[in-house]
Design a protein around this ligand. Sequence first.
Ligand code: GLY
Length: 253
Amino acid sequence: MFKQVIVKKPASSYVNGLTTSELGKPDYEKALEQHENYIQALAKCGVEVKILSKSEDFPDSTFVEDTGVLTPTFAVISNPGADSRNGEAKDMNNVIKEFYDDIRYIKAPGTLDGGDVLQIEDHFYIGISDRTNEEGADQLKKILESSDYKATIVPLKKFFHLKTGISYLGNNHIVAAGEFIDHPDFEQYEKIIVSPDEEYCANCIRVNDYVIIPKGFEKTKKKINDAGYHTIELNMSEFQKQDGGLSCLSLRF
Ligand code: GLY
């Protein structure tokens, strides 16, 4: 069960953030509206939502997930791999101090984005991507293993972040797309397979009694519903334009 989430309002500089997509510039007003709907959906899932005010200096800082990895007993502040985002972790450190006494850090030359970290029960999977390097992944692995978690490093082939292509719903169920469908590291899980035309829906979040999914991906929605989960659908168009998904917009613990 999650009790708490942290989110951060998008700043007007959001529209100038990093992206690899070719979906056009986000509409700021729509992004604010979609962010507000995200907060409402989380509240419906029964979590307390801490809403951080926007930072114009950090266009991508609404994607708070990349700044940390949270466990029930300790937090790890990441060292985000994009130069323009690196300072976001320092700001988040001050927030995390309100919730955690035990805080660990990923240190340079290690880089790590939280979007590259997927927790499945007591096992963490750490992607190596354009943002997370081997050194950062190794540091996190050591931190986790020293606290009796398991950790596996997964070099990515195509996906932007690990969680761009895979999510964990609970009950041994994963939602998997692309390179993760037949990936040996995930063969022990029961898979809800996302077809190539619905790949964006592979990034979804289980929050207590609901799975929050992006709107417009009917085939994947049906599979998730058929597996026994209640879904909440949210229009994510303005976040998809900046390579962001549902998990990216919150830290959940
Ligand atoms: N726009 C999100 C990121 O590049 O990290």
